[in-house]
Structure formats: C-alpha cells, structure tokens
Ligand binder design. Structure first.
Ligand SMILES: [Zn+2]
Length: 131
C-alpha cells in the first residue's frame, strides 16, 4: 500500500484487486469489481549520471619525494561546478617537460577550457596548487 502520494499527473491510480484504472477517491468502491482499495503507480523521473575518470601518476624512483610524481594525469569526465554539465577533461601536470595542460570539452565537443603552458609559470586553478 502506498500512502502519502500526491495525486498529480504522474500518478496513475488503479484498483488493487482487478487493476482497473480508478480515479475515484479513497474509500470509493471499484466500478468493475466493487471492492475498495487503490494502488498508485508513481513514475519517478530521475537522472543518473556515471562519471568515469582515469587518473594516475608517474614516479621516478631515482628522485626524492619532493620531485615526484613526475607526471600526474586525469582523463575522463567530471561535472562542471558552474553549469552542472558533464564535461570531458584531459588534465596533465608534467614536471619532466615543465608543462601544465588542461583541456575541457562540453557535451557537444566544444572546448570550454584550453590551458597549455609551462608548469613553472602555472599559478594554479583551484586544486592544482604548487608549493
Ligand atoms: Zn476492481
């Protein structure tokens, strides 16, 4: 039995006994079988998004911890904080090549961010702070 369901256009009431669509109020007998009791079919329309990201680091074991990782990368999808849209990201921090790279495309494949510059000149965009 489903209770506390708003009887709006997403709710289809039917007889709990014979299944006849039945929009009469609670306690009104079914016009077909004469029994009382209704069941609501509620369609909950939702959205589920799967965000897939591949992230990794490349270390050079011959260098000390301060100089590692040599390369950090994130490749995949993320939800844009401002728009709530799913975007495709390609973010790399490469200390071997002294390069910072961040390319983000929206759902239509247009670049919404294109950053490609020397890591030594990079001043950080939020999470990518350097010490
Ligand atoms: Zn019925």
């Amino acid at each position: 039995m489903i209770r506390n369901v708003t009887n709006d256009d997403r709710t289809a009431w039917m007889c709990s006994h014979c299944g006849l669509p039945h929009d009469g109020g609670a306690g009104i007998p079914c016009p077909a079988c004469g029994r009382v009791g209704r069941t609501a079919n509620v369609n909950i329309v939702g959205e589920a998004r799967v965000v897939v990201t591949l992230a990794g680091k490349v270390r050079d074991p011959t260098l000390n911890a301060k100089k590692n990782p040599r390369v950090k990368f994130e490749l995949g999808q993320e939800i844009n904080h401002k728009t709530g849209e799913l975007v495709a990201k390609d973010r790399r921090v490469d200390r071997r090549l002294d390069r910072y790279w961040e390319k983000i495309r929206d759902a239509r494949g247009r670049f919404v961010m294109w950053v490609d510059h020397k890591l030594s000149r990079h001043r950080g965009h939020g999470s990518a702070k350097r010490k």
